[in-house]
Design a protein around this ligand. Structure first.
Ligand code: ATP
Ligand code: MG
Length: 921
C-alpha cells in the first residue's frame, strides 16, 4: 500500500482516473432531489441520472464520473439504526461513481475498477472478492458476461468470484423502471475484524454476518426496464451505474479499522473529545455518542447547505430529528450547551473546497444548528424526563413495548422525535411500536391536513402512465424522450389527443362534466416547477365535432409524461381528435411579471442583507409572489423599503432579459445562482438581467418578461418569519400592485375628506386627536367617580332587610373603575353609621365587577364583606373575596349583574339565618 493519501486526494484520484478514460466530471446534485416528488432525499448517485436511463433526458456526454452527496435516513434506504453502532454506515455519505449512458459496458467498467483498486491504489489482490448475479428462480439469465470479465482480470483469484441471487445482486430503482444485474466488490479486512470468532458455527464470508468482508463498490448493469412484477423487457441501450462508498474506501486506503478513524471524521471526533475532556481510552470505551454526533452534525451541515432547515414535516423533520438526536447524544457526554456549530465549522473547513455550498452557507448552517439545539434544550429535556417515567412504569408493569400512540404524543406535545424515543427505550431494554407511531401520526396528519412526515412520497397512477408511455413510444406516436415541452414558444400549433385518462383508466372518449387527464405529444402549458405555478387554459377541438376542455391543473405523473387535467365543458373529446391548446395568456403574463420580479427581489435581498440571504422557497402565482430566504432576524422597515426601492429601480431601468442555454459547468463558473430542490441537467437555462454587469444571474426554467419595465410596479405586502432562520416576503406586481396601491390611497383619501386634512397633515392630526381623546377619557373617569360619590351622598332612602334590621344600598354605575367604586364605599361608610353597600360596574374588557363594604356594627352581627362578594361572584360567573369590611368580585357575565345585586337582601338574610341557626343549635 502507498503512503497514506488524504480523503480529499482519494476522491480526486477517483475522479481523475475516470476523466482519463473520457468521463466528464459532473458535480453532485443536491440532497434534495430536483423535480422528483417520489423521493425525500438523494440516496444514490443515480438519482440525478434517472431520466437518462429511462430515455426521457439526454446529456451531452455518454460517460460521467461524480461524487454524489447521499442521505439514507428515510424510505427504502434507511440506515439510521446502524449509524453510530457500526463503523461503516452513515446517514450522510458520499458515493463515488462512474457512469456509462449507452456507451461502454461490463468489460470496461470491471476492468477499470480492478485497475484502479489494484494498480493505482495497490490494494492486495488476494483480499478482493467479487460477486455476480445468478437468479435463484432461474427466470432472469445468469450474468455470465460479468463473471467472464472478472476471470480475465490479471491476478484475480477465480475462487473469489461468487454468485448471488436477486436480493444481493439484482438492482432495481423502484417497483418499475430501469434495472439489471450488478456485481459487488468486497474487501477482506482480515480475520481480526470478525466479531463472531467465539461462535463455533460462524463462518466468515462475503455477504455474511460479521465485519470481516466489507462491501466497497457496486457496479450495476442497467439492461432491462421492469414494466410490472413479472414483465422485464430489454432496454434499447445498456448503461453502467456504479457506486463506491467513499468513506469505506478511505478507511481501507488509510488502513484504519473504521470510517470514523479516517481523516474525514477524526478532526470532528477529536474536537468533541476536547469538549468532554475524555482520554483516548475513555473515548473508545464510549464511542457511540462520538460517532453519532460526528455523523449527524456532518449530515445536517450538508442538509442545511442544501436548504433543508429544521422543521416539523418531511425533509425538515429529518433535519430536526438528526440535530436533536445528536444533541441528546451530546447530553450523554455532558455536553449541555450548544456545541454543534463548532463541529460544523470543521466540516465546512474540511469539505468546503469540494462542496462550495458549505462555505457559502456557513453562517446559516451554524446559526440553524445552534437555534435548534437551544430549542431542543427548552422543550425536549422535559420530554425526556417524562419518557423516563413512562418507561419505568412499563418496566414495573412487566411490559417491553412502548405504545406507538404514546410515542407519537411525546413527539406532538414535547417535540421528542420517534428516533430519540426509540434510542432511549432501547437503551433500557425496551422497544417502541413504530407501526403504531406511524398510524397515530398518519391519523394526525389526515386530521390536520398537513404534509407527509416520513418516507417516500407516493405518486399515484404512475403505473398507468408508464404503460401508456411505453405503448405510445413503441407505436411511434410519442418521441423517445416523451411529451415535448414547449412553454416558451408563443405559437401553439394544432396537435392531437394521444390518450385520455378518467378515474385512473385510459378511455377512448369523455363527455360533458367529466374530469379527465389529457395526453398530447406536445404541450405549451408551463408545468409547476421552480416555484412557478402551472398554466391554466383550455384545449379545444380544431375541426370535426366541437368540444372544449377547461384545463385547471398540469401534472407529471411519470418521467416523460405530462398531462393536462380538467373538465369537459362541451362536446365529446375522443382519442385521435385534432386539438388546439390555448394557454390563459393574461394569467401567464401576470405570472411572468412575478417571476422576473422574484429574481430581482432575490438579487436585492443579497445586496441589502448580504450573501447569506438565499432562496429557501418560492411561489410564483398570478396574483402574488412569495419568497422565503435565509436570514436570522426580522428585516427592519428601512431594509424592507430599500429592497423594494432596489427592485423598482431595476424595473424603471427597463433592463432586457437574456435567456441562454449553456453547460451547467459554464453557468456555475460564470457565477450563476443555482437553487436547491431544482434539478439541473448538463445543459441549463440561464436568466440574466442587467446591462453590462448582471444584476441577477440565475439558473431557471421559468417564463419571464422580455424587459424589466413590463413588471410595472413592485410592492412588498408582507415580511415575516416562516421557521427558525427563514424569513418570508410577499409582494405584488403589475396591475395587482396598482390595485393594491389604489386601494390604500382610497382609504387615505376617505380619511382626509372625513377629517378635512391634506395628506401631509393626516398623521399629525390623528396624533393630536389621540392625545385629546386620552385627556378626555381621564377627565370622564374622574368626573364619573365624583358623580358616583355625589349620588351616594344624596341617597337618603336606603333599602331595608326588616327581619334583621339592616340597611343596604345597591347601585350599578356604567364604566367606573374598581378604584372609584372602592372610594365610593368609603363615602358610604362616612355617611352612614350602619349598613351594607354593593356597587357594580363593568371593567375595560366589559366584564362585570363589584365592590362591597359593611359598617363595623354589621361585622359584629355576623356579616362578612368577603363572603358577600363570593356569593355575588358565583352569580356573575367569577370569583371574589376580601376582608370582613371591604371586598370585591369580578365575573364574566355582565348580564347577570342586575340579578346579582337584586339578590343582595337574600344573601344578607341567608348569612344571618345561618348564623342564628348555629347559635340555636
Ligand atoms: P450495505 O449492504 O453495506 O448497506 P448497500 O448494498 O446498501 O450497502 P449500495 O446501495 O449498493 O449499498 O451503495 C453503493 C455503495 O455505497 C456501497 O457499496 C457502500 O460502499 C456504500 N454505502 C451504502 N450505504 C452506505 C452508508 N449508509 N454509509 C456509507 N456508505 C454506504
Ligand atoms: Mg444498505
Amino acid at each position: 500500500m502507498q503512503e497514506k493519501l488524504s480523503g480529499a486526494e482519494i476522491r480526486q484520484q477517483f475522479i481523475d482516473f475516470f476523466v482519463e478514460y473520457g468521463h466528464t466530471f459532473v458535480p453532485s446534485s443536491s440532497l434534495v432531489p430536483g423535480g422528483d416528488s417520489t423521493l425525500l432525499f438523494t440516496n444514490a448517485g443515480m438519482v440525478q441520472f434517472k431520466d437518462v436511463f429511462l430515455g426521457t433526458d439526454q446529456r451531452p456526454y455518454s460517460r460521467a464520473v461524480n461524487s454524489q452527496k447521499c442521505l439514507r435516513v428515510s424510505g427504502k434506504h434507511n440506515d439510521l439504526e446502524q449509524v453510530g453502532r457500526d463503523n461503516t454506515h452513515h446517514t450522510f455519505f458520499e458515493m463515488l461513481g462512474n457512469w456509462s449512458f449507452g456507451d461502454y459496458y461490463k468489460k470496461e467498467t470491471i476492468t477499470w475498477a480492478w485497475q484502479l483498486l489494484t494498480d493505482v491504489w495497490k490494494l492486495p489482490k488476494e483480499r478482493l472478492w467479487a460477486t455476480y448475479f445468478k437468479d435463484e428462480l432461474g427466470e432472469i439469465p445468469e450474468d455470465r458476461q460479468a463473471a467472464g470479465v472478472w476471470l480475465q482480470q490479471a491476478g484475480f483469484d477465480p475462487d473469489h468470484l461468487l454468485a448471488f441471487g436477486r436480493k444481493e445482486n439484482f438492482w432495481e430503482m423502484a417497483d418499475t423502471g430501469p434495472c439489471g444485474p450488478d456485481s459487488e466488490i468486497h474487501f477482506d479486512r482480515g480475520p481480526e475484524y470478525c466479531q463472531k470468532s467465539d461462535d463455533p458455527h460462524h463462518v466468515c464470508q462475503v455477504n455474511g454476518d460479521c465485519d470481516r468482508f466489507l462491501e466497497i463498490w457496486n457496479n450495476v448493469f442497467i439492461q432491462y426496464n421492469r414494466l410490472s412484477e413479472n414483465e422485464l423487457v430489454p432496454l434499447e441501450k445498456t448503461h453502467v451505474d456504479t457506486g463506491m462508498g467513499f468513506e469505506r474506501i478511505v478507511s481501507i486506503l488509510q488502513d484504519v479499522p473504521s470510517n470514523y478513524k479516517t481523516d474525514l471524521f477524526m478532526p470532528l471526533i477529536k474536537y468533541i473529545q476536547s469538549l468532554t475532556g475524555d482520554s483516548d481510552a475513555e473515548r473508545e470505551a464510549n464511542l457511540t455518542p462520538y460517532r453519532v454526533i460526528a455523523d449527524h452534525t456532518r449530515a445536517t451541515t450538508f442538509l442545511i447547505a442544501d436548504g433543508v432547515v429544521p422543521g416539523n414535516i418531511g425533509r425538515n423533520y429529518v433535519c430536526r430529528m438528526l440535530i436533536r438526536r445528536s444533541a441528546r447524544f451530546g447530553m450523554k457526554l455532558d455536553l449541555n450547551e450548544p456545541f454543534m456549530a463548532n463541529v460544523a465549522r470543521i466540516v465546512i473547513e474540511n469539505y468546503g473546497d469540494f462542496y462550495p455550498e458549505l462555505k457559502r452557507n456557513a453562517a446559516a448552517i451554524m446559526d440553524s444548528l445552534t437555534r435548534e439545539e437551544k430549542q431542543f434544550k427548552k422543550t425536549v429535556a422535559a420530554g425526556l424526563d417524562h419518557l423516563d417515567e413512562i418507561l419505568s412504569d412499563l418496566r414495573i408493569g412487566g411490559k417491553t413495548i412502548l405504545d406507538g400512540a404514546l410515542a407519537f404524543d411525546l413527539y406532538a406535545t414535547l417535540g421528542l422525535p420517534l428516533e430519540i424515543t426509540r434510542d432511549v427505550a432501547q437503551e433500557q431494554g425496551l422497544d417502541v411500536d413504530t407501526e403504531g407511531f406511524q398510524e397515530a401520526m398518519e391519523a394526525h396528519r389526515l386530521a390536520s391536513g398537513a404534509g407527509e412526515i416520513f418516507g417516500e412520497m407516493g405518486g399515484e397512477d404512475v403505473q398507468i402512465y408508464a404503460d401508456l408511455l411505453a405503448k405510445l413510444q413503441q407505436s411511434g406516436e410519442l418521441r423517445a424522450t416523451g411529451v415535448a415541452y414547449s412553454p416558451y414558444q408563443p405559437i401553439h400549433e394544432p396537435t392531437e389527443i394521444l390518450a385520455l385518462v378518467r378515474d385512473g383508466k385510459a378511455v377512448d372518449k369523455v363527455g360533458v362534466g367529466e374530469q379527465v387527464a389529457v395526453l398530447l405529444p406536445r404541450t405549451w402549458f408551463y408545468v409547476e416547477a421552480g416555484g412557478q405555478v402551472s398554466d391554466t387554459g383550455q384545449i379545444v377541438s380544431v375541426n370535426g365535432n366541437k368540444w372544449t376542455i377547461k384545463i385547471t391543473e398540469m401534472q407529471k405523473p411519470a418521467a416523460g409524461v405530462i398531462v393536462h387535467i380538467g373538465e369537459v365543458l362541451e362536446g365529446q373529446p375522443k382519442v385521435g381528435d385534432r386539438a388546439l391548446v390555448q394557454v390563459d395568456q393574461d394569467r401567464r403574463h401576470q405570472i411572468m411579471r412575478n417571476h422576473t420580479a422574484t429574481h430581482l427581489l432575490h438579487a436585492a435581498l443579497q445586496d441589502i442583507l448580504g450573501d447569506h440571504a438565499r432562496q429557501a422557497g418560492s411561489l410564483v402565482a398570478p396574483d402574488r409572489l412569495r419568497f422565503d430566504f435565509t436570514h436570522p432576524q426580522a428585516m427592519t422597515r428601512q431594509e424592507i423599503l430599500a429592497v423594494e426601492a432596489h427592485v423598482n429601480q431595476a424595473i424603471l431601468a427597463n433592463y432586457p432579459l437574456q435567456i441562454a442555454e449553456k453547460s451547467l459547468e459554464q453557468a456555475m463558473e460564470e457565477g450563476a445562482m443555482a437553487l436547491f430542490g431544482e434539478k439541473y441537467g448538463a445543459v441549463v437555462r440561464t436568466i440574466s438581467i442587467g446591462d453590462q454587469e448582471d444584476l441577477s444571474y440565475e439558473l431557471c426554467g421559468g417564463t419571464h418578461v422580455d424587459e424589466t419595465g413590463d413588471i410595472g410596479l413592485f410592492l412588498i405586502t408582507f415580511e415575516g418569519s416562516v421557521a427558525a432562520g427563514v424569513r418570508r416576503i410577499e409582494a405584488v406586481t403589475g396591475w395587482r400592485a396598482y390595485q393594491y396601491a389604489r386601494e390604500r390611497m382610497n382609504f387615505l383619501d376617505q380619511a382626509n375628506t372625513f377629517l378635512g386634512t391634506a395628506p401631509s397633515e393626516l398623521l399629525p392630526k390623528i396624533q393630536s386627536m389621540e392625545e385629546e381623546i386620552s385627556i378626555s377619557k381621564k377627565r370622564i373617569k374622574s368626573l364619573e367617580g365624583k358623580l358616583v360619590k355625589i349620588k351616594i351622598k344624596e341617597q337618603n332612602q336606603l333599602s331595608y332587610v326588616p327581619e334583621y334590621d339592616i340597611q343596604y344600598l345597591t347601585e350599578i354605575f356604567p364604566n367606573v373603575d374598581i378604584g372609584a367604586l372602592r372610594e365610593s364605599t368609603d363615602i358610604f361608610q362616612d355617611n352612614y353609621t350602619s349598613g351594607c353597600i354593593v356597587l357594580g360596574s363593568t371593567d375595560s374588557n366589559k366584564n362585570p365587577i363589584i365592590v362591597t363594604a359593611i359598617t363595623e356594627d354589621l361585622v359584629d352581627k355576623g356579616l362578612h364583606a368577603g363572603k358577600i362578594a363570593k356569593s355575588i361572584a358565583k352569580i356573575i360567573g367569577g370569583g371574589g373575596g376580601g376582608s370582613a369590611r371591604l371586598a370585591q368580585a369580578g365575573g364574566k357575565d355582565k348580564d347577570k349583574l342586575r340579578e346579582a345585586l337584586d339578590q343582595v337582601p337574600n344573601i344578607l338574610k341567608n348569612m344571618l339565618d345561618e348564623k342564628k341557626h348555629k347559635i340555636d343549635k
